[in-house]
Design a protein around this ligand. Sequence first.
Ligand code: SF4
Ligand code: SF4
Length: 210
Amino acid sequence: MNVGQRWKNIRYEAEVDPKFVEEIASIPAGQRLFDCIQCGTCSGTCPVSHYMDQTPRKIIAMIRAGFRREVLASVTTWLCASCYSCSVECPQEIKITDIMYALKRLAIQEGVYPRRFPISVLAREFYRFVLKTGRNNEARLTMRLFLKTNLFRLFGQTLLGLKLWRQGRMRLRVDRIKSKRELRKIIKVLDEQLARKKFKAKAISAGEAV
Ligand code: SF4
Ligand code: SF4
């Protein structure tokens, strides 16, 4: 890392969010966050850490240091393959994989996920599609993904898509479930529960009675 990059990583106290660690620690998976000894075992065992902009060890350190914006905008959580190696090997039994899931959810809720990064776009579009129809459609989802991330790749993949369609391995027709309204009700309730939990976690980290 050169001097310029190091300088970019320096933050004044006013720029960090000291409540961020409390917020993450208040979720069930985050309870042992303060036990991290920064040994780096998680980063060493992670099969995709060399593609991440921040290693799992750094993510834990940054959460504790209050680097909210940087953690939530990081591509690390989206690259996490949920293999659980880090959680299994961590000497402090920190549930790093579950923390990654929590960070993803928070990033989507706050709209700070990497906008043109395919995995986060795919997650959001999948959610929207299923919310609308109750079913996934691979062809439509792939089209939406390329339209929002890389239009040129859509042209490049059209021929392959057509071949798959001709062989009956890709459907363009959108299937819909009958009880879409019920599905939306369930998702609405879950969203409200999540929002309540988030509000409670924020209140706890702010030291208010809930
Ligand atoms: S393996 Fe566990 S204790 Fe070691 S750095 Fe990772 S989270 Fe912290
Ligand atoms: S669960 Fe995610 S962060 Fe942990 S080792 Fe696997 S890919 Fe890496």
